[in-house]
Write a protein that binds this ligand. Structure first.
Ligand code: IMP
Length: 190
């Protein structure tokens, strides 16, 4: 299978952070832990649209346990690349989470505000447990501590795209994760 690769968007990319193989390797490690931890529980995987879709597909296809899947669309960004801190639900999930073991699948923890808000919401709604897998984390940008049980990669403070992550709704279908040239987003990343 030929994916959209770095060569296809070379002019917009300053560096490749994680190759497809590195991403898949990390997801496989997390899947083994999740298989073990949820062996006797009926897990509900909840992906935050749209960025976590690629991660959800990669993670769920590595799991041996029989998982249910749901989606939620949240908005925490006004515009550009800076979190507004205010989270609103664009589209709610379909399942009732009362009594459920929910594992949130996130693409990236930046300020941490979105994930922290979502974990609180699910607990308030009566989930039996709420944990998270986050493929990426930017520790230098975290404004709040979020307990991510299944962490992926820590990355530096730069705006990244690919493997579901976008800039202006583009680059999501890139098969790896790369830093964008600042000239592409013209300085709206603080
Ligand atoms: P937080 O609430 O600041 O942690 O923001 C989390 C959300 O911001 C993620 O789910 C992404 O949608 C978006 N985001 C944060 N950093 C990046 C990035 O480097 N590239 C693309 N999207 C990002």
């Amino acid at each position: 299978m030929v994916d959209m690769q770095i060569a296809d968007v070379q002019d917009d990319i300053s560096s490749v952070l994680l190759t497809k193989e590195e991403i898949e390797g990390k997801i496989k490690e997390a899947a083994a832990l999740i298989d073990r931890d949820y062996a006797d529980k009926n897990v509900l995987l909840l992906a935050v649209l749209k960025g976590a879709v690629n991660t959800l597909v990669a993670l769920s296809s590595q799991l041996h346990i029989n998982a249910q899947i749901d989606f939620m669309s949240l908005s925490s960004y006004g515009s550009g690349t800076e979190s507004s801190g205010e989270v609103t639900i664009r589209q709610d999930m379909a399942f009732d989470v009362r009594g459920r073991h929910v594992l949130i699948v996130e693409d990236i923890v930046d300020s941490g505000l979105t994930l922290s808000w979502l974990m609180d919401l699910l607990r308030r709604r009566g989930a039996a447990s709420v944990e998270a897998f986050a493929l990426l984390n930017k520790p230098d940008r975290n404004k709040i501590h979020v307990d991510v049980k299944y962490p992926g990669f820590d990355i530096h403070d730069e705006f990244v795209v690919g493997f579901g992550l976008d800039y202006n709704e583009l680059y999501r279908n890139l098969d790896s994760i790369a830093a964008l040239k600042p000239s592409v987003y013209q300085g709206d990343h603080a």
